[in-house]
Design a protein around this ligand. Sequence first.
Ligand code: ZN
Length: 236
Amino acid sequence: MASAGAPIARPLDVRWIHGSPSAKHNTDPDIQVHEYDEHTVILRQNKAIHYEAPFLFLLFGAERAVLIDTGATTEAEYFPLRATVDGLVAKWLARNPRPGGDYPLLVLHTHAHRDHVAGDGQFADRPSTTVVGADLPTAWAYFGFDRDAEATARVDLGGGRVLKCLATPGHHEAAVTYYDPWTGFLLTGDTVYPGRLYINDWPAFGRTVERLVAFTESHPVTYVLGCHIEMTRDPG
Ligand SMILES: [Zn+2]
């Protein structure tokens, strides 16, 4: 699955679930699963379970998968993230068998706000799984941003799918933006999304946006995907 040329933008005309007038009579799934392509899944938490309804991303490579963020709700009963991910991994492995070898899962985060890390505990006892803490000391040490905040870190999923990761503080001090060359996605977390942005540190946010703009000049981006979309009371 080496991605030699520029990524091609596939259609992303999915209708995201938008909750129900009454959470009691909620008819949406707990987690909406959108398979963007055979190796890329976009997940969305149900708004009736948690109003933040964050997006999560599951990316498959030849050697391992990465889950970016774990959602806003801790309890698997209301937010069965582990079961959903396990099902998607099993489905992927059925299509892409790995004789004899295990298939590790890496859990990373866009930042440490509660609505992006709450499901971490569901992965604590998962075999072949590494959960990298989203807090600044842990995440920065993992990416090497503690030594060089301007560095571009790499997360190799195998088969040529190597994510590029940038420290992008501003919304949150430990915010990370991920670029996936396979899809051309720029996963901006809560740093950039279509809605009201909450900025904690304006000077840092300004530098972050300048760095992201410069980054996109040398990396083909198909979609800038944040972790939220702003919704109104009106359907659609
Ligand atoms: Zn946030």
